[in-house]
Design a protein around this ligand. Structure first.
Ligand code: NAD
Length: 289
């Protein structure tokens, strides 16, 4: 079997079209464009690229972009008061603070300070809690993007064995909540898992989010599985690779996401969709449709 490659750029482009159409419809009803504040602290090269991509996506979709750049030496109190300012600015719909934060800045406190209705990354405990209770509001972007990719190939979810590798707050855990909500039977594995291969061999849907190149070997894949590789690893020669051995997996899986060009574009697309959703939350009651 040779896996079909799931093209994240094409699926993301469909999300972009929906968001663009909705923003145009809002404009024709006299509603302002959604507005996203992106807060970049310090000079981490990867963070700079991620933020640049998010700002470019705003530009492309007609979302108002408010770029905020702070030095790596910014004290926690100053960062929190910047968030307070954005929280109380009624022209701002979404606040994105690019993670990881440099130095001693406390990301948990920063995430919790963002107003939940402006938390377009979907990381606030309120939004994760709503997802856990099956009443999602703003969903964490990467797992939500994985769900759209899975839906794009007609995945039915009910009763399917889903295995997640990695249990971080931003990917693995909310991914488990998404798949559980969709009706899959979910196993979460992590650094303390005793026999990773044995768990992976059971997976009909496999989502890997660890950050270790080639961690998942091709011959561990259940024949016919759908494999979603969230990992992004920069190799010494500059290439980007995922956490899953691509060639070996391609021979056994039915579907496989590439790195780059798989999950990455979906994360940005879902951020745009969340910004639009946040703007709807902020419309007056008569404008909401
Ligand atoms: P993280 O470091 O916060 O979490 C890694 C997880 O992997 C942990 O739960 C840890 O227990 C688990 N782990 C570590 N070693 C393991 C092993 N040997 N076996 C099983 N589990 C193991 O990372 P993260 O923030 O969740 O990111 C994971 C990867 O996904 C990174 O490569 C990151 O760059 C990438 N990522 C990509 C996107 C995207 O848009 N494509 C978004 C977020 C993260």
């Amino acid at each position: 079997m040779t896996a079909k490659i799931i093209d994240g750029k094409t699926v993301a482009a469909r999300v972009y079209t929906l968001v663009r159409t909705d923003i145009a419809a809002r404009a024709s009803r006299g509603l302002r464009p959604p507005a996203l504040a992106t807060v970049l602290i310090g000079n981490d090269p990867a963070s700079e690229i991620y933020v640049r991509n998010k700002r470019a996506a705003c530009q492309e979709l007609g979302i108002r972009s408010l770029p905020i750049e702070l030095s790596a030496a910014t004290p926690q109190a100053q960062l929190l008061s910047e968030i307070d300012r954005l929280n109380s600015d009624s022209s701002v719909d979404g606040i994105l603070v690019q993670l990881p934060l440099p130095g001693v800045l406390d990301s948990a406190a920063v995430i919790e300070r963002i107003r939940p209705d402006k938390d377009v990354d979907g990381f606030h405990p309120y939004n994760v809690g709503r997802l856990a209770q099956r009443i999602p509001l703003l969903r964490p972007c990467t797992p939500a993007g994985v769900m759209v990719l899975l839906e794009s190939i007609g995945e039915k979810f009910h009763g399917r064995q889903a295995v997640i590798v990695g249990a971080s707050n931003i990917v693995g855990r909310p991914m488990a909540l998404e798949l559980l909500r969709a009706g899959a039977v979910v196993t979460i594995t992590h650094r303390f898992t005793r026999d990773l291969r044995a768990d992976i061999e059971k997976a009909e849907i496999l989502v890997v989010a660890v950050g270790k190149p080639g961690l998942v070997k091709g011959d561990w894949i259940r024949p016919g599985a759908t494999v979603i590789d969230v990992g992004i690893n920069r190799m010494p020669d500059g290439r980007l690779v995922g956490d899953v051995e691509f060639e070996g997996t391609k021979e056994r899986a039915a579907y496989l996401t590439p790195v780059p060009g798989g999950v990455g574009p979906m994360t940005v697309a879902m951020l745009m969709q969340n910004t639009l959703a946040a703007a709807r939350l902020h419309d007056g009651p008569t404008e909401r449709s």
